[in-house]
Design a protein around this ligand. Structure first.
Ligand code: HEC
Length: 95
């Protein structure tokens, strides 16, 4: 098989995957989080005694800040979903 054909096959696969992600309009927060957010800190920063985050708003801003530092360009619904995930698992702020 030629290199060029292989390359276009790979492209088709990538395109199909991103279309699927759009069709199913649920954001997979768990996957986003595991792929992007576990290399610098583990859950200990969310549960430590002197954690800095003290409200849902602050949590949302921090998720946005870490995400931007990483250059990820997430959409709002992705930031929202990961914020909800962290809140559900660790912070437990009232909405
Ligand atoms: C490049 C390293 C890095 C990555 C990757 C990273 N963070 Fe962070 N994060 C930090 C640093 C540094 C802090 C500040 C830690 C401190 O205050 O001691 C922090 C703090 C936080 C806090 C606040 C913890 C507290 O005090 O309550 C949250 C929430 C957080 N990160 C979420 C995320 C999310 C969500 C992602 C994935 C988008 C992510 N981080 C990826 C570096 C990173």
């Amino acid at each position: 098989m030629s290199q060029r054909l292989l390359a276009s096959l790979a492209l088709v696969t990538v395109t199909a995957t991103s279309l699927n992600a759009q069709a199913d309009d649920q954001v997979d927060a768990q996957a986003l989080f595991e792929q992007n957010c576990t290399s610098c800190h583990g859950s200990e920063v969310y549960t430590r005694e002197d954690r800095r985050i003290d409200s849902l708003d602050a949590l949302h801003s921090q998720v946005r800040m870490c995400e931007q530092n990483l250059g990820l360009t997430w959409f709002d619904d992705q930031v929202d979903a990961v914020t909800q995930l962290l809140n559900r698992e660790y912070y437990k702020f009232e909405p």
